[in-house]
Design a protein. Structure first.
Length: 299
């Protein structure tokens, strides 16, 4: 009875401490909002391919790239939230009409975490890399930015939910640096230089795809620089390049492209700016903070 109470309390502790569970809840809300309110076509075969391929890839990568003594069911389940987050990222942004392209994007997203690593970190944001590889390797995939539209519901919802997630992983500086730099550049061009009405500017910065990128993709704590100063510089640089590409080169999904292109610079920034390596709080470590004997003694 004591052991079951201990396991239940550990599970509750892990869920409320791990920001990934909050992100999963919010991504589910966004997908449901798109299907039910924005009337997207509910492409269940596409979503199933993303999630199914990601989970299967994670399973086999654990077998191939981990030593036998490192493998465990607990480790696999502890990594599932990250896998589901990547799958949601693909579901919310990447569209295709071919199941093999969807499987390719999901496979690349998850496998890259095990293959492309440096100093204990995977280099690329899984969802972003999967999207870019699908776009480069095929002609039947695209970033569906316009499906989100631009309205107050999206702006308020993403800002509130995104704020909760990024503050829990202490990566608010990344969101503020990216969104702040991008907004300043856009304001200078549209309002100060071109003299457009303020409505154009508000509509440009409140698109769902831009806000989702700002709070749920670029802020991935495993693929951002370790030091706050480095994160700020890096996010502002992404914003500047993405602004140029989207404004003057009319590249759809420019922030995602720039994120993938600049992420190889992260090991350099980590070397120049020493910071603490981020780790998701593993459930297995909870027992070291709350040993069973202490619970027995207080029961």
């Amino acid at each position: 009875m004591v052991a079951s109470h201990y396991k239940a309390s550990n599970m509750q502790y892990a869920i409320f401490k791990d920001a990934r569970y909050f992100q999963l809840i919010f991504q589910t809300i966004f997908l449901a909002y798109g299907i039910l309110y924005l009337h997207w076509n509910a492409e269940w075969w596409l979503y199933s391919t993303y999630f199914g391929t990601s989970i299967i890839t994670q399973f086999f990568c654990e077998i191939i790239f981990l030593k036998r003594e490192q493998r465990s069911f607990e480790r696999f389940t502890n990594g599932l939230p990250s896998v589901l987050i990547s799958s949601f990222g693909l579901s919310l942004l990447l569209k295709t009409t071919h199941i093999e392209i969807a499987a390719l994007a999901a496979f690349v997203a998850i496998a890259s975490k095990y293959i492309i690593r440096f100093n204990g970190k995977h280099i690329f944001n899984p969802s972003a890399l999967g999207i870019v590889v699908a776009l480069i390797c095929t002609k039947d995939a695209w970033i569906s930015a316009g499906q989100w539209g631009s309205n107050a519901v999206i702006l308020f919802g993403v800002l509130c939910m995104g704020f909760i997630v990024v503050t829990r992983v202490q990566k608010l500086d990344v969101s503020l640096a990216f969104l702040g730099a991008f907004s300043i550049l856009l304001f200078a061009r549209q309002i100060l230089f071109l003299g457009w009405p303020i409505d154009f500017f508000i509509q440009s910065i409140s698109t769902g795809s831009l806000l989702l990128f700002s709070f749920f993709m670029i802020t991935d704590p495993k693929t951002t620089p370790n030091h706050p100063i480095a994160r700020t510089i890096w996010a502002a640089a992404i914003a500047a390049v993405a602004f140029y590409l989207s404004t003057f080169q009319f590249i759809n999904g420019a922030p995602v492209w720039v994120l993938v292109c600049l992420q190889p610079l992260i090991p350099v920034l980590d070397h120049l700016f020493k910071g603490k390596l981020f780790e998701w709080r593993p459930t297995a470590n909870l027992s070291r903070e709350r040993p069973l004997r202490s619970i027995v003694s207080t029961a």
